[in-house]
Write a protein of this length. Structure first.
Length: 341
């Protein structure tokens, strides 16, 4: 279910001239999207929205629950000003492959997108209740499994990992449950799902909350499956790497050995039509108020200008480029937008 969160800033002025200037400055309303309500992208988006409201009076309309695949197209069609980018999705859109293979204008749409910063989405955790009898991915045969919303990039990663580890295919070997991220989280908590796959940082507030409901196990990739075709397909993509969940990270976690998972890089993106000043202000205010990000979630301490270009593969917005250059960050040639050359 798609939900909308609205934040509004009111202009304040002391005279007729100042009033008009204040209204003009604060009239900027930005349509923004993130993934599910519990997603780290939503935690980041809410924190960023509060920062840019405080610093510049920009209003945001934040909608949650849509896939990053859809958000990229909406941003490219001027239906979103701020959205969740993903390194893998950028590649698919640029080349017109996978979920965009039937979209003839995919490369053109990619040309409309611009980056602001990158940050880690987290690792794809496969979670099962400890008393379910599911101790590894091999045990999901015949079970109800949430593998991400239909047509989402997450679903592609998760199915590749499952097939690489087990050889299982959806519908043939297990029952894929088609929900959005938020609905799937609730369904797992209500024990309507046997296994719940979700990308989330380490440590994750979502998994800590699960600890209050019961003991759980996170399903990982065994050492002998790293070189399988499926796992290589999931991990050997720009923006992907392996991450490990250590035993004892959560009070409800029963794993006794480190759990290997595939993790992804996402980011905050916009389109080429955003004004240079607005993009510059957004970029600068987020980094200069990093304490506000960390106060919202500790994992966001990794969001720094030095890390923000990590594995980025869509050009920066010219306003963001201005900020990075201003503070001395070296920007690769392929991230310089056409309008800045």
């Amino acid at each position: 279910m798609k939900q909308t969160i609205k934040t509004t800033a009111l202009a304040v002025a002391t005279g007729a001239g100042l009033l008009l200037a204040g209204v003009a400055a604060q009239a900027e309303t930005l349509r923004m999207a993130s993934l599910g309500q519990a997603s780290p992208t939503t935690v980041f988006s809410i924190a960023a929205s509060q920062i840019i409201k405080k610093e510049h009076g920009y209003s945001t309309q934040l909608s949650t629950g849509s896939s990053a695949v859809r958000q990229a197209v909406e941003a490219a069609n001027q239906q979103l000003e701020l959205f969740v980018t993903a390194v893998s999705i950028n590649g698919y859109l640029k080349n017109g492959t996978r979920m965009y293979k039937d979209m003839a204008n995919a490369p053109e749409l990619f040309g409309n997108l611009r980056s602001i910063l990158n940050y880690p989405l987290g690792a794809y955790h496969g979670i099962a209740w400890a008393d379910s009898g599911i101790n590894s991915m091999q045990d999901i045969k015949g079970k109800k499994v949430f593998i991400g919303p239909p047509s989402s990039a997450g679903r592609t990663v998760i199915t590749q990992v499952i097939e690489g580890v087990t050889g299982f295919k959806e519908n043939d070997d297990f029952e894929p449950v088609n929900l959005d991220w938020a609905s799937a989280e609730q369904a797992f908590q209500d024990r309507q799902l046997d296994v719940y796959f979700v990308p989330t940082p380490i440590p994750s507030s979502e998994l800590q909350q699960l600890s209050a409901l019961g003991k759980f196990r996170v399903l990982g990739i065994p050492d002998d499956k790293i070189e399988s075709d499926g796992v290589k397909a999931a991990s050997n993509v720009p923006g992907r790497e392996f991450d490990f969940l250590q035993p004892g990270t959560y009070s409800g976690q029963v794993n006794e050995e480190p759990v290997r998972m595939v993790s992804s890089i996402v980011g905050l993106g916009t389109n080429k039509w955003m004004s240079e000043d607005v993009a510059y202000n957004i970029t600068k205010s987020i980094f200069e108020n990093s304490a506000d990000l960390v106060a919202a979630a500790k994992w966001m301490e990794i969001i720094t200008p030095e890390n923000a270009l990590n594995q980025m593969n869509a050009p920066l917005h010219v306003g963001a480029l201005k900020y990075y250059r201003e503070i001395g960050i070296e920007v690769p040639e392929d991230l310089i937008p056409p309008e800045a050359k």
